[in-house]
Design a protein. Sequence first.
Length: 216
Amino acid sequence: MALPLLAELKRRRVFRALLGYAIVAFAILQVVEPVMHGLRLPDWTLSLVVVALGVAFPIVLVLAWVFDVSSSGIERTRPVGAEAESRSSRALLALLAAVVALVLPASGQAHAISRASQTMYTPPSNAPSPGSLYPRALRLQYSGSSNGTLLATFEQYSSGTPVFPVYRSTDNGNSWTQISSITDTHNSFGMRYQPFLYELPTAVGNFPAGSSTAPR
């Protein structure tokens, strides 16, 4: 079953269509985040785009299977004989079943905490636009008694040399306290462009497991 299915996928140029879809989806995701922040769109915008891309995947799969794009335009892909058509239909159903089996576990029930919104940081009125960008958060998992603690940082715009402020929450995000600032110690340009928090799962050199880093 596997070999005929792969041969049929190749004949119908499904792999080519899915590769094109993957490239387009990646490009969309790269563009959406900066546009979302620049236009101050709500945080769920990115999630909506990801869900839309996931829903579109099986649609693209079916269209790539049924139709073909040639020099004469878009036309229905013809099966090779009646028996081949029956095999093609079974192969398409098997392929769709495999896609559903992969997608459904990822769309299971999400566990969220319902509470009033909390603001960790509000840019001052005299801060250069856009004030702050690219928030990043991390829940500690390898820090012993500190496991469960939340750390957060973001790109902060200010009239002085910019830094990445680091905030901590020990009550699951209900309240936040600034505990540190990551500064530029080499060229005095300041800290810019998409900070990232990382917790070492194992010891690395002189850094024990649980050490938090902020690579750029």
